[in-house]
Ligand binder design. Structure first.
Ligand code: ADP
Length: 346
C-alpha cells in the first residue's frame, strides 16, 4: 500500500540536515494569539473552545488537514493550552498494538487532548478501537487468548482526539465522520508570513529589515516551517558576511545560493516540472510513473512537492495524471506551453 511507505521529514525540502539547535519548539506559538494567520480556523476554534470550557466539557474531536509545515501539530498544542489540559502526542505508525492505544487512553487525564499525527496511517484494529473510544469513551480489551479469550469494556475519561493528516482522502469515512470539527489548512498569505518571520526573528534575536522580511516571506512557499528554516540560513549568511542584520541583499544572495527562485521553488521542484515537460511532453503523466522518474516515493511527491506547485499554478492534477500549465513553461524559460494549450489540456 502506498500510504505505508516511509515519508521523509519535510526538512528534506531545504537540503541541509536538521541541526540539534534548530528545534522548532522555541518558535512554536503557545496560544491562539501567537498563532498567526489561518484566520477562520482560529476564529471558529476560539468559539468552540470557549463554549466547551463554559460547559465544563471536553472539546469535540478535531480533524486537521493540509500540507506539512503549516501548523497542525502547533495548533493541536495550542488547543490543549487554551483548554488548560494535558497534551499527549503520537503518530499513527507508532500505535502498533492495541495495547499502545489502551496505555495512552487509560492514562489520559479528563478532557485531555490526544494528538495523532499521520492519522491516515492507522492500522485497522487500532482504528476500530478508536471508534468506540471517540464515541462512547470506552475501549474494548481482549483478555486471555484462544477460545477462552473474552472482551472487556473499560471506561475512559472523556477526551479530545486531534487527528492530523496531509492526506485527508486516505482517511476512512467512518473515522472522518466521528470528528465533530474539521479544519483545513491552506498556505499562508504573504502578510501572515511576514508577521511570522518578524515574530521568529524577535524570538531568535535576529535583526531583519522590512524588505528582507518581505522577500523571505514570498520565498517560503506559504509554509511557516520553511520560513523559519530559511530565516536561520539567512542569519548564517549574514553572520558569514560579517553583518549584524539581515538585509534584502543578504536574502537575495542567500536564496541564490540555496537555489530558491522568485516563486520559492527549489531545485527539486523545478526538476519535477522539467521532467514532465521534457520526458512526457508536458503531461499528463501518472503520479507513480512521475515518482519513479524523479526517484521519490509517490507519498513524497504528493505530500511535499505537489501541493505548492499546484497552488502556484504550475501543475495540475487531472484524472489522467499530472500536467504542467503554460506558466510552468514560462517560469522555466522553455517553449511549448502554447502548443499544449491548443491540445485542450489547459
Ligand atoms: P505541521 O504539523 O502542519 O507539519 P507544525 O505545527 O510542526 O506543522 O509547524 C511547523 C513550525 O512552523 C512550528 O514549529 C512553528 O514554529 C511554525 N508555525 C506553524 N504555524 C504557525 C503559525 N500559525 N504562526 C507562527 N508559527 C507557526
Amino acid at each position: 500500500m502506498s500510504n505505508e511507505k516511509e515519508v521523509p521529514p519535510p526538512e528534506q525540502y531545504l537540503g541541509p540536515e536538521k541541526k540539534p539547535n534548530e528545534d522548532d519548539s522555541t518558535l512554536r506559538p503557545r496560544n491562539l494569539g501567537e498563532f498567526l494567520g489561518q484566520k477562520s480556523i482560529k476564529e471558529n476554534l476560539a468559539v468552540f473552545i470557549a463554549a466547551a470550557r463554559k460547559r465544563r466539557e471536553n472539546l469535540d474531536h478535531l480533524f486537521l488537514t493540509g500540507p506539512p509545515g503549516l501548523g497542525k501539530t502547533t495548533l493541536a498544542q495550542v488547543v490543549a493550552n487554551e483548554l488548560e489540559v494535558e497534551f499527549v502526542q503520537t503518530s499513527a505508525p507508532a500505535l502498533d498494538k492495541p495495547r499502545d492505544l489502551i496505555g495512552i487512553l487509560t492514562n489520559l487525564e479528563q478532557k485531555g487532548v490526544f494528538f495523532i499525527d499521520e492519522i491516515h496511517r492507522l492500522k485497522p484494529a487500532i482504528e476500530e478501537m478508536l471508534y468506540i473510544a471517540m464515541e462512547d469513551y470506552k475501549i474494548d480489551c481482549v483478555i486471555g487468548q484462544g477460545p477462552g479469550a473474552r472482551t472487556l469494556q473499560l471506561p475512559i475519561q472523556p477526551f479530545t482526539l486531534v487527528g492530523a493528516t496531509t492526506k485527508a482522502g486516505n482517511v476512512s469515512s467512518p473515522l472522518v465522520s466521528r470528528f465533530g470539527i474539521t479544519c483545513r489548512f491552506s498556505f499562508y498569505e504573504a502578510q501572515d508570513m511576514e508577521a511570522i518571520v518578524r515574530r521568529s526573528a524577535g524570538i531568535l534575536g535576529i535583526r531583519i529589515d522590512d524588505e528582507a522580511a518581505a522577500l523571505l516571506s514570498r520565498s517560503a512557499r506559504g509554509t511557516p516551517r520553511i520560513l523559519n528554516r530559511l530565516l536561520r540560513r539567512m542569519r548564517d549568511f549574514a553572520q558569514f558576511q560579517g553583518q549584524s542584520f539581515i538585509t534584502r541583499q543578504v536574502v537575495e544572495e542567500g536564496l541564490r545560493r540555496l537555489e530558491i527562485d522568485a516563486l520559492g521553488l527549489e531545485k527539486y521542484d523545478r526538476e519535477i516540472l522539467r521532467i514532465i515537460i521534457e520526458r512526457y511532453g508536458g503531461g499528463p503523466v501518472g503520479a507513480d510513473t512521475l515518482a519513479i522518474s524523479i526517484g521519490e516515493s509517490s507519498d513524497t511527491l504528493e505530500d511535499y512537492y505537489e501541493p505548492y506547485l499546484i497552488q502556484a499554478g504550475l501543475l495540475r492534477r487531472t484524472s489522467r495524471g499530472r500536467t504542467v500549465t503554460p506558466l510552468a513553461y514560462e517560469h522555466l524559460g522553455l517553449r511549448g506551453g502554447e502548443r499544449s494549450g491548443q491540445n485542450g489540456l489547459f
